[in-house]
Write a protein that binds this ligand. Structure first.
Ligand code: HEC
Ligand code: HEC
Length: 206
């Protein structure tokens, strides 16, 4: 019992310092360069600022979150025909390294376009949709959308199309890798219009 508690504390400390509990190796973003420049660059850009709105921006995202997603793609817990193939080639150490690399890149600024949608989205982001029982996004993703490591990803500045696509997947259960079904319970209560509005707001959030 006591030993288990000490172990848990040690693993926690290692995670906090970026040390890989499995291999004992520290994440090495430089080692990611070759993988990024030959594979990921095509869809996510060399600096993680994916040009196409269907491909999520990875720049400035929390490394622990990125690492978890890659592990989930590889195990099939998060389904994506494209990313399953990409993650299959990566070892746990590669995942740590690319996650550290992309997380350390600077996100390029983005702007929202539709002012009316932004206003509606801001209400949802900050206050939820009381009538439908949708909680405020800011409660878990932070008031500025910068997320709360390690569990809650950054949303600010993400492509709106990608945000909507993920919300729909959470709503219909196609994406079910969220701990405690936290996101599925949020998305289940959202209309298409809610999703569009909150995504427009998030795109311009920084
Ligand atoms: C052919 C295009 C393509 C390539 C190449 C590609 N990705 Fe992706 N990636 C995607 C798409 C599309 C998604 C969104 C998947 C979904 O949810 O449907 C994604 C999602 C991700 C996510 C989840 C991000 C989030 O916010 O949850 C990570 C992490 C990721 N990719 C990392 C990588 C890494 C690392 C590489 C290189 C080894 C890579 N990708 C190569 C298209 C690509
Ligand atoms: C109770 C906490 C909680 C609330 C409230 C919440 N989220 Fe989340 N959200 C999460 C967690 C946890 C994840 C990460 C799931 C995982 O590990 O894959 C997530 C992931 C996401 C993702 C996927 C990000 C990516 O890069 O793929 C989107 C999009 C998202 N949330 C949008 C929202 C929006 C919009 C709201 C408000 C309407 C919201 N969330 C409210 C906990 C929450």
């Amino acid at each position: 019992m006591k030993q288990a508690m000490v172990m848990a504390a040690v693993v926690g400390l290692m995670a906090a310092s970026g040390v890989n509990a499995e291999t004992g190796a520290k994440a090495d973003p430089a080692k990611a360069q070759q993988i990024v420049n030959t594979v990921c660059v095509a869809c996510h850009g060399a600096d993680g600022n994916s040009p196409a709105p269907a491909n999520p921006k990875l720049a400035s995202q929390h490394p622990d979150y990125l690492n978890k997603q890659l592990a989930n793609f590889k195990s099939g817990e998060r389904k994506s025909a494209i990313m399953a193939g990409m993650a299959a080639m990566l070892s746990p150490e590669d995942m740590k390294n690319v996650a550290a690399y992309f997380g350390g890149q600077k996100q390029a600024p983005a702007a929202a376009k539709d002012k009316a949608l932004v206003a509606q989205g801001e209400k949802i982001y900050r206050g939820g949709v009381a009538a439908m029982g949708v909680p405020a996004c800011s409660g878990c993703h932070g008031p500025a959308g910068s997320g709360i490591p390690a569990m809650f990803p950054r949303l600010a500045g993400q492509h709106g199309d990608y945000i909507v696509a993920e919300l729909i997947k959470f709503r219909n259960g196609e994406r079910a890798n969220d701990p405690g079904k936290m996101m599925q319970m949020v998305a289940m209560k959202m209309s298409d219009q809610d999703m569009k509005a909150v995504a427009e707001y998030i795109t311009g959030l920084h």
